[in-house]
Design a protein around this ligand. Structure first.
Ligand code: EPU
Length: 335
Protein backbone atom coordinates (compact mmCIF):
# COMPACT_ATOMS: atom_id res chain seq x y z
CA UNK A 1 0.00 0.00 0.00
CA UNK A 2 1.23 3.45 -0.80
CA UNK A 3 -0.28 6.83 0.10
CA UNK A 4 1.41 10.02 -1.08
CA UNK A 5 0.65 13.73 -1.18
CA UNK A 6 1.45 16.01 -4.17
CA UNK A 7 2.56 13.05 -6.21
CA UNK A 8 4.01 13.21 -9.74
CA UNK A 9 2.04 11.19 -12.31
CA UNK A 10 4.85 11.33 -14.87
CA UNK A 11 5.49 7.57 -14.59
CA UNK A 12 1.75 6.83 -14.48
CA UNK A 13 0.79 8.14 -17.92
CA UNK A 14 2.32 6.85 -21.14
CA UNK A 15 1.95 10.28 -22.80
CA UNK A 16 4.73 11.36 -20.45
CA UNK A 17 2.88 14.48 -19.23
CA UNK A 18 4.44 15.88 -16.06
CA UNK A 19 1.51 16.66 -13.76
CA UNK A 20 0.89 16.18 -10.03
CA UNK A 21 -2.12 14.92 -8.17
CA UNK A 22 -3.07 16.17 -4.71
CA UNK A 23 -3.10 12.64 -3.28
CA UNK A 24 -2.12 9.19 -4.62
CA UNK A 25 -3.31 5.86 -3.24
CA UNK A 26 -2.05 2.49 -4.48
CA UNK A 27 -3.26 -0.81 -3.02
CA UNK A 28 -2.41 -4.50 -3.32
CA UNK A 29 -5.40 -5.97 -1.48
CA UNK A 30 -9.14 -5.44 -1.65
CA UNK A 31 -9.22 -4.81 2.11
CA UNK A 32 -6.83 -1.90 1.73
CA UNK A 33 -9.09 -0.31 -0.85
CA UNK A 34 -12.22 -0.94 1.20
CA UNK A 35 -10.64 0.55 4.34
CA UNK A 36 -9.49 3.59 2.38
CA UNK A 37 -12.98 4.16 0.93
CA UNK A 38 -14.83 3.53 4.20
CA UNK A 39 -12.53 5.95 6.05
CA UNK A 40 -14.16 8.70 3.97
CA UNK A 41 -10.92 9.47 2.12
CA UNK A 42 -12.84 10.24 -1.07
CA UNK A 43 -15.79 12.11 0.44
CA UNK A 44 -16.19 15.60 -0.98
CA UNK A 45 -13.05 15.21 -3.07
CA UNK A 46 -12.47 14.92 -6.77
CA UNK A 47 -11.03 11.48 -7.49
CA UNK A 48 -10.24 9.11 -10.32
CA UNK A 49 -8.97 5.56 -10.69
CA UNK A 50 -6.23 4.94 -13.21
CA UNK A 51 -4.91 1.77 -14.85
CA UNK A 52 -1.63 1.71 -16.76
CA UNK A 53 -2.19 5.37 -17.72
CA UNK A 54 -2.00 4.35 -21.37
CA UNK A 55 -5.24 6.00 -22.39
CA UNK A 56 -5.08 9.26 -20.49
CA UNK A 57 -4.27 12.86 -21.31
CA UNK A 58 -3.94 15.17 -18.30
CA UNK A 59 -4.48 18.81 -19.28
CA UNK A 60 -3.27 20.10 -15.90
CA UNK A 61 -2.49 19.04 -12.32
CA UNK A 62 -5.23 16.89 -10.81
CA UNK A 63 -6.61 18.56 -7.68
CA UNK A 64 -7.86 15.37 -6.09
CA UNK A 65 -7.12 11.72 -5.30
CA UNK A 66 -5.73 9.28 -7.88
CA UNK A 67 -6.14 5.57 -7.09
CA UNK A 68 -4.19 2.72 -8.64
CA UNK A 69 -4.63 -1.03 -8.24
CA UNK A 70 -1.72 -3.39 -7.73
CA UNK A 71 -4.00 -6.39 -7.30
CA UNK A 72 -1.96 -8.77 -9.38
CA UNK A 73 -3.54 -12.15 -8.67
CA UNK A 74 -4.38 -14.50 -11.52
CA UNK A 75 -6.10 -17.86 -10.94
CA UNK A 76 -7.65 -20.53 -13.14
CA UNK A 77 -11.11 -21.05 -11.69
CA UNK A 78 -12.32 -23.81 -13.97
CA UNK A 79 -9.99 -25.85 -16.21
CA UNK A 80 -12.87 -27.39 -18.19
CA UNK A 81 -14.23 -24.12 -19.53
CA UNK A 82 -11.00 -22.24 -18.93
CA UNK A 83 -12.40 -19.55 -16.72
CA UNK A 84 -9.66 -17.31 -15.35
CA UNK A 85 -10.04 -14.78 -12.58
CA UNK A 86 -7.64 -11.85 -13.01
CA UNK A 87 -6.91 -8.96 -10.62
CA UNK A 88 -7.50 -5.45 -11.98
CA UNK A 89 -3.83 -4.51 -11.61
CA UNK A 90 -2.43 -7.31 -13.80
CA UNK A 91 -0.65 -5.88 -16.84
CA UNK A 92 -2.88 -6.75 -19.80
CA UNK A 93 -0.14 -8.17 -21.97
CA UNK A 94 1.19 -10.35 -19.11
CA UNK A 95 -2.28 -11.91 -19.04
CA UNK A 96 -2.24 -12.43 -22.83
CA UNK A 97 1.24 -13.93 -22.63
CA UNK A 98 0.10 -16.32 -19.87
CA UNK A 99 -2.91 -17.40 -21.97
CA UNK A 100 -0.90 -18.00 -25.14
CA UNK A 101 1.78 -19.95 -23.24
CA UNK A 102 -0.94 -22.18 -21.76
CA UNK A 103 -2.80 -22.61 -25.09
CA UNK A 104 -5.85 -20.68 -23.84
CA UNK A 105 -7.41 -19.03 -26.87
CA UNK A 106 -9.36 -15.79 -27.34
CA UNK A 107 -7.08 -12.91 -26.35
CA UNK A 108 -4.10 -13.45 -28.68
CA UNK A 109 -5.37 -10.76 -31.11
CA UNK A 110 -5.20 -8.31 -28.21
CA UNK A 111 -1.45 -8.85 -27.78
CA UNK A 112 0.70 -5.91 -26.70
CA UNK A 113 -2.20 -3.55 -25.98
CA UNK A 114 -0.83 -1.39 -23.20
CA UNK A 115 -2.67 -1.01 -19.90
CA UNK A 116 -4.08 -3.19 -17.16
CA UNK A 117 -6.88 -5.72 -16.82
CA UNK A 118 -9.31 -3.47 -14.90
CA UNK A 119 -9.12 -0.82 -17.61
CA UNK A 120 -9.55 -3.43 -20.36
CA UNK A 121 -13.14 -3.85 -19.19
CA UNK A 122 -13.81 -0.13 -18.71
CA UNK A 123 -12.58 0.68 -22.20
CA UNK A 124 -13.59 -2.58 -23.92
CA UNK A 125 -10.19 -2.62 -25.60
CA UNK A 126 -10.06 -4.03 -29.09
CA UNK A 127 -7.78 -4.88 -31.99
CA UNK A 128 -7.74 -7.12 -35.06
CA UNK A 129 -11.42 -7.99 -34.97
CA UNK A 130 -11.55 -8.93 -31.26
CA UNK A 131 -12.77 -6.91 -28.29
CA UNK A 132 -12.41 -7.58 -24.56
CA UNK A 133 -16.20 -8.08 -24.40
CA UNK A 134 -15.86 -11.25 -26.51
CA UNK A 135 -14.02 -13.00 -23.66
CA UNK A 136 -15.27 -11.31 -20.49
CA UNK A 137 -17.60 -13.52 -18.46
CA UNK A 138 -18.01 -11.35 -15.38
CA UNK A 139 -16.67 -8.18 -13.77
CA UNK A 140 -16.48 -7.66 -10.00
CA UNK A 141 -16.47 -4.06 -8.78
CA UNK A 142 -16.63 -2.04 -5.55
CA UNK A 143 -19.23 0.71 -5.42
CA UNK A 144 -17.53 3.49 -3.46
CA UNK A 145 -20.90 5.08 -2.60
CA UNK A 146 -22.30 2.17 -0.59
CA UNK A 147 -19.05 0.26 0.00
CA UNK A 148 -20.54 -2.97 -1.43
CA UNK A 149 -19.14 -5.42 -3.98
CA UNK A 150 -21.18 -6.09 -7.13
CA UNK A 151 -20.84 -8.72 -9.84
CA UNK A 152 -21.76 -7.77 -13.42
CA UNK A 153 -22.52 -10.33 -16.11
CA UNK A 154 -21.20 -9.63 -19.60
CA UNK A 155 -24.61 -8.27 -20.59
CA UNK A 156 -24.80 -5.99 -17.55
CA UNK A 157 -21.48 -4.42 -18.54
CA UNK A 158 -23.28 -2.84 -21.59
CA UNK A 159 -20.19 -3.08 -23.76
CA UNK A 160 -19.95 -0.98 -26.93
CA UNK A 161 -17.13 0.26 -29.17
CA UNK A 162 -14.53 1.43 -26.60
CA UNK A 163 -17.43 1.80 -24.19
CA UNK A 164 -18.99 0.11 -21.15
CA UNK A 165 -21.29 0.69 -18.17
CA UNK A 166 -18.18 1.50 -16.07
CA UNK A 167 -17.18 4.40 -18.31
CA UNK A 168 -20.41 6.14 -17.33
CA UNK A 169 -20.41 4.99 -13.68
CA UNK A 170 -17.04 5.91 -12.21
CA UNK A 171 -18.39 5.15 -8.72
CA UNK A 172 -17.60 1.49 -9.49
CA UNK A 173 -13.96 0.46 -9.10
CA UNK A 174 -13.20 -2.79 -10.93
CA UNK A 175 -11.32 -5.21 -8.71
CA UNK A 176 -11.44 -8.39 -10.73
CA UNK A 177 -12.33 -9.62 -14.23
CA UNK A 178 -13.33 -13.20 -15.09
CA UNK A 179 -12.47 -14.31 -18.61
CA UNK A 180 -13.87 -17.29 -20.45
CA UNK A 181 -11.41 -18.73 -22.95
CA UNK A 182 -11.22 -21.77 -25.19
CA UNK A 183 -8.69 -24.56 -25.49
CA UNK A 184 -6.43 -23.96 -28.46
CA UNK A 185 -7.31 -27.45 -29.77
CA UNK A 186 -11.06 -26.52 -29.97
CA UNK A 187 -10.52 -23.09 -31.43
CA UNK A 188 -10.93 -21.40 -34.76
CA UNK A 189 -8.23 -18.74 -35.20
CA UNK A 190 -9.39 -15.24 -36.08
CA UNK A 191 -7.01 -13.81 -38.69
CA UNK A 192 -9.46 -12.25 -41.14
CA UNK A 193 -8.93 -8.66 -40.03
CA UNK A 194 -7.04 -6.15 -42.18
CA UNK A 195 -3.38 -6.84 -42.70
CA UNK A 196 -3.03 -9.56 -40.05
CA UNK A 197 -2.91 -12.40 -42.57
CA UNK A 198 -0.04 -10.67 -44.42
CA UNK A 199 1.88 -10.27 -41.18
CA UNK A 200 2.02 -14.01 -40.50
CA UNK A 201 5.30 -15.65 -41.48
CA UNK A 202 4.84 -17.48 -44.80
CA UNK A 203 4.72 -21.23 -44.29
CA UNK A 204 4.55 -20.98 -40.50
CA UNK A 205 1.87 -23.14 -38.86
CA UNK A 206 -1.04 -21.18 -37.45
CA UNK A 207 -1.03 -21.14 -33.65
CA UNK A 208 -1.80 -18.77 -30.80
CA UNK A 209 1.93 -18.13 -30.52
CA UNK A 210 2.40 -17.34 -34.23
CA UNK A 211 -0.60 -14.98 -34.21
CA UNK A 212 0.71 -13.25 -31.10
CA UNK A 213 4.10 -12.87 -32.76
CA UNK A 214 2.62 -11.43 -35.94
CA UNK A 215 0.55 -8.91 -33.99
CA UNK A 216 3.51 -7.87 -31.88
CA UNK A 217 5.44 -7.25 -35.11
CA UNK A 218 2.63 -5.19 -36.69
CA UNK A 219 2.07 -3.12 -33.55
CA UNK A 220 5.79 -2.49 -33.09
CA UNK A 221 6.09 -1.36 -36.70
CA UNK A 222 3.10 1.03 -36.56
CA UNK A 223 2.78 2.24 -32.99
CA UNK A 224 5.40 4.08 -30.96
CA UNK A 225 6.98 2.34 -27.97
CA UNK A 226 5.78 4.40 -24.98
CA UNK A 227 9.20 3.87 -23.37
CA UNK A 228 10.72 5.92 -26.20
CA UNK A 229 7.97 8.24 -27.44
CA UNK A 230 5.09 9.37 -25.25
CA UNK A 231 1.63 8.55 -26.64
CA UNK A 232 -1.66 6.98 -25.66
CA UNK A 233 -2.16 4.72 -28.69
CA UNK A 234 -5.08 5.73 -30.90
CA UNK A 235 -5.98 9.26 -29.89
CA UNK A 236 -9.35 9.31 -31.70
CA UNK A 237 -12.13 6.79 -32.18
CA UNK A 238 -12.96 5.68 -35.69
CA UNK A 239 -16.16 7.57 -36.55
CA UNK A 240 -19.32 5.60 -37.29
CA UNK A 241 -21.49 7.19 -39.98
CA UNK A 242 -24.73 6.36 -41.77
CA UNK A 243 -24.33 4.32 -44.94
CA UNK A 244 -25.70 7.30 -46.97
CA UNK A 245 -22.88 9.53 -45.64
CA UNK A 246 -20.33 6.89 -46.58
CA UNK A 247 -21.81 6.46 -50.08
CA UNK A 248 -21.70 10.19 -50.75
CA UNK A 249 -18.05 10.38 -49.61
CA UNK A 250 -16.82 7.33 -51.48
CA UNK A 251 -17.80 8.99 -54.78
CA UNK A 252 -15.14 11.63 -54.12
CA UNK A 253 -12.70 9.28 -52.36
CA UNK A 254 -12.99 5.84 -54.00
CA UNK A 255 -9.96 4.53 -52.07
CA UNK A 256 -11.40 5.40 -48.65
CA UNK A 257 -11.11 2.34 -46.35
CA UNK A 258 -14.20 1.34 -44.37
CA UNK A 259 -15.73 -1.41 -42.21
CA UNK A 260 -19.36 -2.43 -42.64
CA UNK A 261 -21.36 -2.45 -39.39
CA UNK A 262 -24.90 -3.63 -38.63
CA UNK A 263 -27.90 -1.26 -38.96
CA UNK A 264 -26.77 0.53 -42.12
CA UNK A 265 -23.74 2.02 -40.37
CA UNK A 266 -20.16 2.23 -41.61
CA UNK A 267 -16.96 2.79 -39.63
CA UNK A 268 -14.33 4.94 -41.32
CA UNK A 269 -10.71 4.87 -40.08
CA UNK A 270 -9.94 8.21 -38.45
CA UNK A 271 -6.25 7.64 -39.27
CA UNK A 272 -7.09 7.79 -42.98
CA UNK A 273 -9.21 10.96 -42.57
CA UNK A 274 -6.41 12.65 -40.60
CA UNK A 275 -3.77 11.64 -43.15
CA UNK A 276 -5.93 13.02 -45.99
CA UNK A 277 -6.00 16.35 -44.14
CA UNK A 278 -2.19 16.41 -44.31
CA UNK A 279 -1.47 15.93 -40.61
CA UNK A 280 0.61 12.75 -40.69
CA UNK A 281 4.11 13.43 -39.33
CA UNK A 282 3.32 17.11 -38.52
CA UNK A 283 4.53 18.74 -35.32
CA UNK A 284 3.01 21.71 -33.47
CA UNK A 285 5.12 22.84 -30.53
CA UNK A 286 6.18 19.71 -28.66
CA UNK A 287 3.17 17.66 -29.79
CA UNK A 288 2.98 15.77 -33.05
CA UNK A 289 1.14 13.30 -35.27
CA UNK A 290 3.05 10.03 -35.48
CA UNK A 291 4.65 9.58 -38.89
CA UNK A 292 3.68 5.89 -39.19
CA UNK A 293 0.07 6.11 -37.95
CA UNK A 294 -1.93 9.33 -38.11
CA UNK A 295 -4.37 8.17 -35.42
CA UNK A 296 -1.62 8.45 -32.81
CA UNK A 297 -0.62 11.77 -31.28
CA UNK A 298 2.81 11.87 -29.70
CA UNK A 299 4.80 13.85 -27.17
CA UNK A 300 7.94 14.97 -29.00
CA UNK A 301 9.56 15.75 -25.64
CA UNK A 302 8.38 17.97 -22.82
CA UNK A 303 4.88 18.54 -24.24
CA UNK A 304 2.22 19.54 -21.77
CA UNK A 305 -1.35 18.28 -21.98
CA UNK A 306 -2.71 21.58 -23.26
CA UNK A 307 -0.28 21.48 -26.20
CA UNK A 308 -1.43 17.98 -27.20
CA UNK A 309 -5.06 19.02 -26.80
CA UNK A 310 -4.53 22.13 -28.93
CA UNK A 311 -3.17 19.91 -31.72
CA UNK A 312 -6.11 17.51 -31.31
CA UNK A 313 -8.58 20.39 -31.65
CA UNK A 314 -6.93 21.57 -34.86
CA UNK A 315 -7.14 18.04 -36.29
CA UNK A 316 -10.83 17.70 -35.35
CA UNK A 317 -11.56 21.04 -37.03
CA UNK A 318 -9.80 20.15 -40.26
CA UNK A 319 -11.48 16.70 -40.52
CA UNK A 320 -14.82 18.42 -39.99
CA UNK A 321 -14.05 21.02 -42.62
CA UNK A 322 -12.85 18.57 -45.29
CA UNK A 323 -15.22 15.62 -44.68
CA UNK A 324 -18.03 17.05 -42.53
CA UNK A 325 -17.35 14.24 -40.03
CA UNK A 326 -16.82 14.81 -36.32
CA UNK A 327 -14.11 12.70 -34.75
CA UNK A 328 -13.87 12.44 -30.99
CA UNK A 329 -11.10 11.38 -28.61
CA UNK A 330 -10.65 7.75 -27.72
CA UNK A 331 -8.33 8.73 -24.88
CA UNK A 332 -9.78 9.98 -21.62
CA UNK A 333 -9.02 13.70 -21.45
CA UNK A 334 -8.72 14.84 -17.81
CA UNK A 335 -9.49 18.56 -17.53
N1 EPU B 1 -4.79 4.47 -42.25
C1 EPU B 1 -4.30 5.46 -43.07
N2 EPU B 1 -3.37 6.32 -42.55
C2 EPU B 1 -2.92 6.22 -41.28
C3 EPU B 1 -3.43 5.20 -40.44
C4 EPU B 1 -4.37 4.33 -40.95
O1 EPU B 1 -4.68 5.60 -44.23
O2 EPU B 1 -2.07 7.02 -40.89
C5 EPU B 1 -5.74 3.48 -42.80
C6 EPU B 1 -5.04 2.13 -42.97
O3 EPU B 1 -4.46 2.01 -44.22
C7 EPU B 1 -6.19 1.14 -42.82
C8 EPU B 1 -7.12 1.86 -41.89
O4 EPU B 1 -6.76 3.24 -41.87
O5 EPU B 1 -6.84 0.97 -44.05
C9 EPU B 1 -7.15 1.29 -40.50
O6 EPU B 1 -5.88 1.40 -39.91
P1 EPU B 1 -5.33 0.31 -38.87
O7 EPU B 1 -5.62 -1.04 -39.34
O8 EPU B 1 -3.93 0.71 -38.58
O9 EPU B 1 -6.23 0.47 -37.59
P2 EPU B 1 -6.96 1.70 -36.91
O10 EPU B 1 -8.38 1.74 -37.34
O11 EPU B 1 -6.15 2.91 -37.17
C10 EPU B 1 -7.80 0.35 -34.81
C11 EPU B 1 -7.78 0.53 -33.32
C12 EPU B 1 -6.41 0.17 -32.76
C13 EPU B 1 -6.14 -1.29 -33.13
C14 EPU B 1 -6.16 -1.41 -34.66
C15 EPU B 1 -5.98 -2.82 -35.14
C16 EPU B 1 -9.34 2.31 -32.79
C17 EPU B 1 -9.52 3.74 -32.36
N3 EPU B 1 -8.08 1.91 -32.98
O12 EPU B 1 -6.88 1.30 -35.36
O13 EPU B 1 -6.48 0.28 -31.36
O14 EPU B 1 -4.87 -1.69 -32.64
O15 EPU B 1 -7.46 -0.97 -35.16
O16 EPU B 1 -7.12 -3.56 -34.91
O17 EPU B 1 -10.32 1.60 -32.93
C18 EPU B 1 -6.11 1.81 -29.56
O18 EPU B 1 -7.32 1.72 -29.30
O19 EPU B 1 -5.33 2.55 -28.87
C19 EPU B 1 -5.57 1.10 -30.69
C20 EPU B 1 -4.30 1.21 -31.05
Amino acid sequence: MRREQNFSLLKYNTFGIDVNCREFFEYEELDELMDFVSSGALVGKRWMHIGGGSNLLFLSDFDGVVLHSQMNQMAIVDQGDISISVGSGVVWDDFVDFCVANHFAGVENLSLIPGEVGASAVQNIGAYGVEAKDVILRVTALNVEDGKIYKFSNEECCFGYRDSFFKHHPEYIIINVNFLLKKESDYQYNISYGNLQKALQPGEALSLASIRNAIINVRNSKLPDPKEIGSAGSFFKNPIVDRAVYEALVKDYPKMPFYELPDEKVKIPAGWLIEQCGWKGKQVGNAGVYEKQALVLVNRGGANGAEVWHLAEQIVASVREKFNISISPEVCVVK
